[in-house]
Design a protein around this ligand. Sequence first.
Ligand code: HAM
Length: 419
Amino acid sequence: MPKPKYTSHVGMVDILPDESPKWRALETIIHEEAAKFNFEEIRTPIMEQTELIVRGIGQLTDIVSKEIFAFEKGDSHYVLRPELTAPVVRAFVEHHMEQRGGSQKLYYIGPMFRAERPQKGRQRQFHQFGAEVLGSDDPVADVEIIALMIRVYERVGISNFELKLNSVGDPESREAYKEALREYLKPNLGKLSELSQKRFEKNPMRILDSKEDEDQPFIKDAPVINDYLNEESKAHFQQVKDYLDDLGINYTLDPHLVRGLDYYTRTAFELTSPDLGSQDALAGGGRYDLLVEEIGGPSTPAIGFAAGMERLFIACEELEIELAKEKSVDVYFVTLGDAARKWALTHLPKAREAGLSATMDYMSRSMKAQMKDANRENAHYTIIIGDNELAEGKFTLRNMKESEEISLGFEDILAKLGV
Ligand code: HAM
C-alpha cells in the first residue's frame, strides 16, 4: 500500500477500535481497585508550566534535560506533562487540598509525553495509571500504595513480576552517602563513562543507574546507601519491609535502585517483568517528602507510583492474557425494502431501551450482504424484516450461533432477548 501523506508523530500511536476494548477493560479495573482502596480520581491539564516540571523533576534528570516537549506562547513557557506527580503536587498546593482534611489519596489515568527514542515499550506519547498519597509519612501509606499497584496487575492476571525495593534516605542520610560514593569512585573517575563523570559532582547516585559497560565494574562494588541511613530513615524502611512481609508481598532489596527523578526520599521501588525485554519496568514510584514544600506548599510528606499501560499490555500479549471480550452486537436488524428500513430505524431505539446493543445496515445492501455483515459484526441474533413480516407483525429471529430460527412478534422478541 502507498505510504499515506499524513502520519501520526513518531512514537505517538493511534489506539484503533480493535484495541480500545482492552484499554477500557484495564481502565475499569483501575477505577474499581482505586475505589476499593478509597482513592479519588484527579484529572489535570496536559500542559504545565516548564518551571514546575524542571523544579519538580530536577534539571539534571534525563526527562528534563532531553525528553521534554516544550512550547512558548507569548511570555509563557509550557511543556507537555512527562509524568503526573509534579502536576498533582501543583494542584494540591494550588487548591489548598490539605484543607480537605486527612491525607489526600488520589489516582489518575492519562497520557504522558517524553521525547525518547521510540522502541518496544517506549513511546513519546504513552499512558500511565498511578496514585499518590499526600499528607502521610506513615509506612502504612507506602505499603498501601504498593498494594494498590500490585492489585491491578493481579486483577489483570500478571503475577510473574519482581518488586524491587530500596530506601534512598532523607537529605541527611543522602549527603553522607554521596560523600562516601564520591570517595569510592574518585580514584577511577577517569575510567567512568562520560555521562557518569558529568554526574559525579552533582548527582553521583545516578551513576548507580548507569547502563554503560565501562561503569559496571565500579557500580558492582560501590558502597550501599543502607549503610548510611540515619536512624529515622532506617526505622521507616524497616517498618515498610515488615508491613510488606505481613501482607505477604514479596520484594527484592536492590540497594542500587535510585530511580530517574530527583524528588525521591526514603522508600523507592520498581516493578519489573521478565516479559518486557530491555524496557522491563512495569511501574515505579516512591516517597517525595520534600516536593510539596519545594513547589511552594506546606511541608507535606507524600508517596506514589505510576505504571506504564502500554507495557502492561505487552506483558499481557506475552502471557496470552485477553483483557477484552471479542466484539459483538446483540441484535442486527436485517431489512428488505424501504418500509422495512424505516421500521428498523424506528424500532432500534426500543431494542436499546430494553438493554440490548442493536444495529442495522447503513449501506442499503442486499439481504445476503447484510447477513454477511451481521456475521462480521459477530451478531448474536438477527431479526429479518420484510413486507410480509410487517404485514403479519411477526419476524424471523435467528440465533446466529445455533442457526435456529423462530417467528415472533417484536414485543415477544424483546421479552426474550431483553436484559
Ligand atoms: P517513571 O518511572 O518515570 O515514574 O514512570 C513510571 C512508568 O511509566 C515506567 O515504569 C514505565 O512503565 C512507564 N513509562 C515511562 N516512560 C515511558 C515511555 N517513554 N513509554 C512507555 N512507558 C513509559 C514516574 O513517572 C513517577 N511519576 C512515578 C511516581 C509517582 N513516583 C511517585 N509518584
